[in-house]
Design a protein around this ligand. Structure first.
Ligand code: ROI
Length: 161
């Protein structure tokens, strides 16, 4: 059993509803328990010219293998109408494996810890609602240290609905 953190994002077709559906789908995964879900946060896209994103983080406990989990996440994305038109394009749903226990994974389909998570406020702040502050990321820095280096700028925490 390993603790897994999933980053969720959407900027099309009612993003908050996309995230709620994704949470329901995560709760149905085999060999997996949904342990927690952060609040939802809105922010501008890192790439100009796209709608604003809604992001959240979910924590899972699972005995699935990493690539089996990745397959399941991609089928949830596809089931919610994800179209892979361009690499960084707007999307109905993005599900990223941020951390998978303390594993380091470097495979063509999967890099864990997720690249860039360490500097993205829309990942770190929701994650901090679920994860211990002394959680260590790949380079040995703790979540608390990363948060200190990552100002809460441009993020809007949405009230629960
Ligand atoms: N910007 C925000 N705010 N949230 C995201 O999830 C997100 N995802 C992306 C890019 C286009 C880099 N920008 C983002 O893939």
């Amino acid at each position: 059993m390993e603790r897994i953190y999933i980053g969720m994002g959407s900027n099309l077709a009612d993003p908050a509803e996309q995230l709620r559906s994704a949470v329901e789908a995560l709760a149905q995964l085999p060999q997996t328990a949904l342990v927690g879900v952060s609040a939802f946060y809105q922010s501008d896209s890192l790439l100009p010219g796209q709608p604003r994103y809604t992001n959240a983080v979910a924590a899972l406990d699972s005995t699935l293998a990493p690539l089996a989990l990745l397959d399941a996440l991609q089928s949830i994305e596809n089931g919610q109408g994800r179209e892979r038109l361009e690499r960084w394009g707007p999307r109905t749903l993005d599900l990223d494996i941020l951390l998978f226990g303390d594993r380091l994974i470097d495979e063509p389909r999967l890099t864990v810890p997720h690249y860039h998570m360490q500097e993205r406020a829309f990942v770190l702040y929701p994650m901090a609602e679920l994860a211990p502050a002394d959680l260590c990321l790949a380079d040995g820095r703790t979540l608390a240290e990363l948060l200190k280096a990552c100002p809460f700028v441009g993020l809007e925490r949405l009230p629960p609905t």
